[in-house]
Design a protein around this ligand. Structure first.
Ligand SMILES: [Zn+2]
Length: 286
C-alpha cells in the first residue's frame, strides 16, 4: 500500500513519466485461444461419472480423468469455492495461480486455461463455460473467479485477529487432501497452493490498491465448467465466507454447499491433443 503522504517530492517531469502508456506484459497472441465449439459439441451424450457435494465450510477432493469435464455448480445459495488442482500422478505439479494471472489476467472465464507450476507450465484444465461471464468488470473494478487472492487461512487470521479458526479454506483443503491421499496432515498441507477463487467477486481498490471482495453474484444453477487436459485430482473448499459479502475466517457468514460433477464425453473434442511437457531444455544456460 502506498503512503498517503509520500516522503519524496515528485520530479519536474513526473506527469510525463506517469503518462507513459502501459504495454501488456505477456502478449498471448502466440497462445492460440482454443475454439470452444468442439468442446461444447463433445458434451452431447456425455455421461455423469461422479458427483461430489462439498459441505459448507468443508472441502472435498475429486478425481477427473484426462479428457473428462467437470462442473462446479452453485446449489441452495450464493457460495464461493476455493479450487486446487494437481496432476494426479505427481502432486509436485499443481496449479500456478501467479503465472495464470500473468497470462490471462486477474479473473478467469471461458477460454482461459489453468497452468501448472514450473518446470512444467502446461495446461491442467481449460475453462469451457462460465455462466457468470455476463458480469465482466463492475464500476468498482470487481469481477468474478479471481486468481489474485490466495485462500483464507488460519495463519493470517491469527496474525490479524488472534484465535484458532479451523475451517478456513487452507485447512479445509489440507484435511481433504490428507483424506484423499493418506498423507499425514502436515505433508498434505505443503501441497496446498494458491487457488482459483470460483464465483468470488474481487478486485483492487483504485485509491489504495487493496484487495477487496463483495457479495458474489452467483445464484443456484450457475456453474463454471472445465475440461481436464491431464489426469487431475481437484480439491474444492466451500469457503467459510459464504458469498464473501462481509467476512471469512469465522462461522458468521451464511454458507452453502457446492456441487462438483464429472462427465465423460463419448469422444474426445475434435482437434484436441493432450499437452506435452514444456519444450524449454532446462539447461539454464549451463
Ligand atoms: Zn476461504
Amino acid at each position: 500500500m502506498k503512503p498517503e503522504t509520500p516522503q519524496h517530492r515528485a520530479p519536474l517531469d513526473a506527469s510525463a513519466r506517469k503518462a507513459v502508456a502501459p504495454v501488456i506484459c505477456y502478449p498471448v497472441e502466440s497462445l492460440t485461444r482454443p475454439d470452444l465449439a468442439p468442446f461444447h459439441a463433445a458434451r452431447e451424450g456425455w455421461r455423469l461419472v461422479s458427483s461430489t457435494l462439498v459441505p459448507a465450510r468443508e472441502a472435498r477432493c475429486f478425481d477427473v480423468p484426462q479428457g473428462h469435464f467437470f462442473r462446479i455448480s452453485s446449489v441452495e445459495g450464493p457460495q464461493v469455492g476455493d479450487l486446487n488442482l494437481w496432476n494426479a500422478h505427481d502432486l509436485g505439479e499443481r496449479f500456478f495461480s501467479g503465472k495464470t494471472r500473468a497470462l490471462h489476467g486477474t479473473h478467469l472465464s471461458s477460454g482461459d486455461r489453468m497452468w501448472s507450476n514450473l518446470p512444467h507450465l502446461r495446461p491442467l484444465a481449460l475453462i469451457t463455460e462460465d455462466t457468470l461471464d455476463w458480469y465482466g468488470f463492475d464500476a468498482f473494478g470487481g469481477s468474478v473467479h479471481d486468481v489474485i487472492g490466495t485462500r483464507c487461512d488460519p495463519y493470517t487470521h491469527n496474525l490479524l485477529s488472534g484465535g484458532q479458526y479451523h475451517h478456513c479454506c487452507h485447512s479445509n483443503l489440507t484435511r481433504a487432501l490428507a483424506a484423499r491421499t493418506g498423507l499425514p496432515l502436515h505433508q498434505a498441507e505443503a501441497h496446498i497452493h494458491d487457488v482459483l477463487n470460483v464465483f468470488m467477486c474481487t478486485g483492487f481498490t483504485r485509491d489504495t490498491g487493496q484487495y477487496f471482495m463483495k457479495a458474489s453474484p452467483v445464484r443456484p444453477g450457475d456453474y463454471l465448467e472445465f475440461f481436464a487436459e491431464t489426469d487431475l485430482i481437484g480439491a474444492l473448499s466451500a469457503c467459510p465466507g459464504g458469498d464473501c459479502s462481509a467476512e471469512h475466517s469465522s462461522d458468521q457468514a451464511a454458507c452453502h454447499p457446492l456441487l462438483v460433477e464429472v462427465f465423460q464425453p463419448q469422444e474426445a473434442p475434435e482437434g484436441w491433443t493432450p499437452p506435452g511437457p514444456n519444450a524449454y531444455d532446462r539447461s539454464h544456460g549451463l
